[in-house]
Ligand binder design. Sequence first.
Ligand SMILES: [Ca+2]
Ligand SMILES: [Ca+2]
Length: 307
Amino acid sequence: MKLVARFGLAAGCLAILILPASGVDLIVKSCMVAPGDTALLPVSVRTISSKALWGIDFALFVDKDAGSTGEAYAQFPIRGQAFTPAVSPKSKDFQGIFRKGFMAPKEGCGKPDLYVCMVNYGGFADNVLLGDLSIEVSEDAPRGKVIDIAVRDFTTTLFSETNPPKPYCSVVRPGASAALAVNVKETGAESAPVDYCDRIPADLQPFGKGRCIAVPLHKVAFGTPGDVNADGRISSIDIAIITSILSGLRADSTDYELIAADVAPGDIKGKDGSSSNCGDGWITKADADLIKKMAAQPSALSSVGKH
Ligand SMILES: [Ca+2]
Ligand SMILES: [Ca+2]
């Protein structure tokens, strides 16, 4: 099998990843969000192939952890808006985003909280932003906690043409699947393996930024960007922690610490204007510098990224 070597520096070490020459990386960035606010998680893909990505679908499951009232700490909005596509469909294209329509799961499978399907005739651009996931976080979500957005296999059901439609065939679907075009014609698409990335692939590491620590992907952390120890304020303690992360002295950093420390290059505002945050998926000196600014001037984060 033809193999492609991908090189990069991760956690200060030379990492050489050997991956199949064909496939798709599915990248869902993590986000820090205050309790009671809405998190926006950018979803992007890139094709590890010279062939164009034609279509992709994936089923998402949110951790069901809940507070004393029984309300889940994090969930997709009830009415639409759980996924906002960033790719405009052409006449033949298809975009489907479902929260319902799945039958009781088969053994070993679950019922997804959200299913996203996108087909783009002629292919997507490479390294394309597909859209943004919206996730509502409850008021009683505890600061410092992290929940996961998983991609897993699921059961779906096909319906007959009767009125009302009757389910007639239950199908187990892979958690994520993709189709690559063999050529530019509308025939010959082939299925491709999807890697739901836990970290941004090392070869996408920003160049010339010095030491880079990869931040966990597809997670929502409850708290304030830059408040690395989740004590409700940004202080010298947070500066000390990110300094130790960057120096390699804190190898056992938690997911929360890493997501909270990834503040640069700037913020992404929530739909309601609240301060949500998605860093670039890497902790570098720029993050330490910005946290130092934030400790001295709490508005430093919101002033970055506006230009
Ligand atoms: Ca703090
Ligand atoms: Ca960063």
